[in-house]
Each structure stands twice: as structure tokens, then as C-alpha cells.
Design a binder for this molecule. Structure first.
Ligand SMILES: Cc1ncc(COP(=O)(O)O)c(C=O)c1O
Length: 401
């Protein structure tokens, strides 16, 4: 199979097909650094394991209230108001979901409201954000998120998009941002909130990476800066507590329309999150020692530094220094394979694969990903260091195209 044929085959399934292909290659004995996808390598906190086992032993295995067990909603409410400084009224402003993915689906469903409304989505974006908008019958309208700028979101561009289309009802913001690792500045975030309010848009703030943020920076939640009623905050337990396979997330908002709609959508799709998972979530919030976060963040920092340094030494990459998340985003220089004009991210991904380095082509993250490539540093430190050392080995030779 030629590289072109292989790329056409892998393109259909995006990152998942890259992962499957890597697994296949690994099974054949090829040593590959698993820097293609983002799943924390760490174990979940011991207290969460114990709480889940206890819930099982105590037969807490029955249906729970659709919006979640009261203890978990209360724990999230307390954390969200005290730690994130959200403006919420009570635990009735919190709905438990099957991860942030399910939360996004439910909120988009509520906003689109069977009327085919449109939602502003950053590009590049975590792929599933845009897919979820389409899956609920809406249309994603892309706005530029430029991680090479200190003001990644350009309000003038947003203004033009909104002026041109009265069907736009919401805007998604994700900071720290997957796939670029950029965290929004306070000024940019404040301007975005003011913009949403002026145009009466929902501001859907995906804060899945709130706790993976480097160099002493502190995550700022959108809803801590304003009591604008149309801000909807989405949290995830996947990154903060490495609970990616356990599936837990939450929606926080004071907006009654969203709360009512989302409660119904969650009830009619998943009929509540697994009870055992929810009791694990209570312990995650109440009992996880600070040391758990500090240790993980220190390890992510080692990985971030290693892969960023590796990319700086690579002749054909211009990296963004990750401020948060566990992703390194790089622009592909024009100097690399000028004979390739389309799918440059895909071709580079394939070349890195041949060197034993996993990556995700920028194209899978929407139009803003063209000519970029993403490396993840959520896998083991050993793998990240291996990848970091190999980044500079990429040559500009002609492929088997
Ligand atoms: C930006 C962003 N939002 C949401 C999610 C989904 O998180 P969860 O595992 O809680 O569904 C991810 C997962 O990678 C993500 O990158």
C-alpha cells in the first residue's frame, strides 16, 4: 500500500484509526512512543477506588436521581463555588453526566433545540466538539483560535460571524485548549464573556483541562468572571483524576432553560450515570489529597519540557509552548516536503510513525489544523522522552507517494 492509500484509509476514522494502526504496528514488534492520543497514564486516586468498592459492597447499585446523587451534586457545587468561584445558587445548578462528552452532547442538544441552530466552535478544536454539534442537528460555525497569539480569539472575527447569521445561538470556549495547549488570557476571556452577553449567546465553557496547567498559572473559570446567566460550565473527571474510563463529568449553570432541557436529555439518553461511579466521584472531590495533583502535575511538567525542547530542535516544526493540557501543537514549516501541498499533517504523521513516534495530524482538528501536527504527552514519561529525542530525526526526503 502506498502512503497516499494508507492515508486515505486512516482518514475515515481520524485519531481512532491512527491509534488502531499504531496498536497493529506495536503488535508486529515495532517500538512506538504512544504520543498520539490523550489519556492520562496515571492511576486514579486510591480513595476513589476504595469509595467505589465500598459503594458496591453496600449495594449502592440502584437507579439514582436522573441529575445525579445529591451528595455528588453538592460536592461539585461546593467545589465549583469555592475553588472555581462560579456564581451558582445551589446544587440544583449541577447535573451529573457521563463525562464531558455527554455533557457537551446534552448542552448542544438543548441549545439547538430541534431548530437547527448554529454554534460557534473554535478551530482547531477537539474533533468531537464539532461532531457533537452536527449530531444534534446543529451546524458548527468555525472561528479562529490562534495559539501563536497572546489573544487567540479575535473578537472582530466573531462580530462578523454573528452579524452575518442570526441562527448562531452559542459559542464554545475551551481553555486550556485541546489541541493547542494554549490557555486564554484573562483579558481575552473577559472580552469573550462581554461579547456573548451583548449578543445574547450561550457561552459553553469546556473546562476539562482545568487542573492541567503549568508554570504556576491558575485556571480561571469563565463563570467566575461574570454572573451572566447564559454561561454553561462543563467539567470532567477524566483529566484531573485520571478517571477517563470511569466516565464522569458535570454541567453547572444557573440557566433554567438549559437545566430543564439537559436533565431531560440526560434522563432519556443515559438514564443517569453509574451509581458506583458517582460515589467514586464524591470521594474524588472530597478526599483526594493535594499531593495527588502536585505529583501528577510535576510529572506532566517534566514531559512538557522534554517534548517541547525536542520540537524546538526539529528542523521542520514550530511548536507552541503548552501552557496547559497535555498536548504539544506544532506548525509544519513550508521547508518540509514542499512537493506535498495537501494533507501535510497526515503525511508528517505517517513519517513520524515510521520513526516510532505517534502523533495526530492537524487536519483532524478542523480547518484551522491544516499544516499542523499534535503530539500528546499524557503517556508514560519514558515514551514522551523517546518521542522527544526522535522529533529531530524527521528528514525532508521524498516519500513513497
Ligand atoms: C476539550 C475536551 N473536552 C472534553 C473531553 C471529553 O472528556 P470526557 O472524558 O470527560 O468525556 C475531552 C477529551 O479528550 C477534551 O479534550
Amino acid at each position: 500500500m502506498t502512503d497516499k492509500e494508507l492515508i486515505e484509509k486512516l482518514k475515515v476514522g481520524g485519531i481512532v484509526s491512527i491509534r488502531d494502526y499504531l496498536l497493529e504496528q506495536q503488535a508486529k514488534g515495532l517500538k512506538i512512543a504512544r504520543t498520539e492520543s490523550g489519556d492520562p497514564s496515571f492511576a486514579i486516586p486510591d480513595n476513589v477506588k476504595k469509595a467505589m468498592n465500598k459503594a458496591l459492597a453496600e449495594n449502592k447499585t440502584h437507579y439514582t436521581a436522573g441529575a445525579g446523587v445529591a451528595e455528588l451534586r453538592e460536592a461539585i457545587y461546593q467545589r465549583a463555588t469555592q475553588y472555581n468561584r462560579l456564581h451558582l445558587n445551589s446544587f440544583s445548578n449541577v447535573i451529573i453526566t457521563n463525562g464531558a462528552m455527554n455533557a457537551l452532547f446534552a448542552v448542544f442538544h438543548a441549545v439547538v433545540d430541534n431548530k437547527g441552530y448554529k454554534i460557534l466552535v473554535p478551530t482547531p478544536t477537539w474533533t468531537e466538539t464539532a461532531i457533537n454539534v452536527s449530531e444534534v442537528g446543529g451546524t458548527p460555525v468555525y472561528y479562529t483560535f490562534n495559539p501563536f497569539s497572546d489573544t487567540p480569539i479575535d473578537l472582530n472575527e466573531l462580530e462578523k460571524l454573528v452579524q452575518a447569521d442570526s441562527d448562531i445561538k452559542a459559542i464554545v470556549v475551551n481553555s486550556p485548549h485541546n489541541p493547542t495547549g494554549k490557555a486564554l488570557s484573562l483579558d481575552n476571556l473577559k472580552a469573550l464573556i462581554a461579547f456573548s452577553q451583548v449578543h445574547n449567546l450561550y457561552l459553553i465553557s469546556d473546562e476539562a483541562y482545568e487542573q492541567v496547567i503549568f508554570d504556576g498559572m491558575k485556571h480561571v473559570s469563565s463563570a467566575s468572571l461574570s454572573d451572566y446567566d447564559k454561561i454553561v460550565t462543563i467539567f470532567s473527571f477524566s483529566k484531573s483524576y485520571a478517571m477517563s474510563g470511569i466516565r464522569l463529568g458535570a454541567i453547572c449553570t444557573t440557566n433554567q432553560f438549559i437545566l430543564k432541557k439537559v436533565a431531560k436529555i440526560v434522563r432519556c439518553t443515559i438514564n443517569g450515570v453509574s451509581s458506583v461511579t458517582q460515589w467514586g466521584g464524591v470521594s474524588a472531590i472530597l478526599d483526594t489529597p493535594q499531593d495527588y495533583f502536585d505529583t501528577n502535575l510535576a510529572e506532566y511538567t517534566v514531559r512538557r519540557n522534554a517534548i517541547y525542547e525536542g520540537a524546538l530542535q526539529a528542523e521542520h516544526l514550530i511548536p507552541v509552548k503548552p501552557e496547559g493540557t497535555f498536548y504539544l501543537w506544532c506548525k509544519i514549516k513550508d521547508s518540509w516536503r514542499p512537493d506535498i501541498t495537501v494533507d501535510r499533517g497526515w503525511y508528517m504523521t505517517l513519517e513520524y510513525l515510521k520513526l516510532g513516534v505517534g502523533s495526530a495530524p492537524g487536519e483532524v482538528f478542523g480547518p484551522g489544523g491544516t499544516n499542523h501536527i499534535r503530539f500528546s504527552f499524557s503517556c508514560s514519561t519514558e515514551d514522551v522522552k523517546l518521542a522527544a529525542g526522535l522529533l529531530k530525526e524527521l528528514k525532508s526526503n521524498i516519500l513513497n507517494a
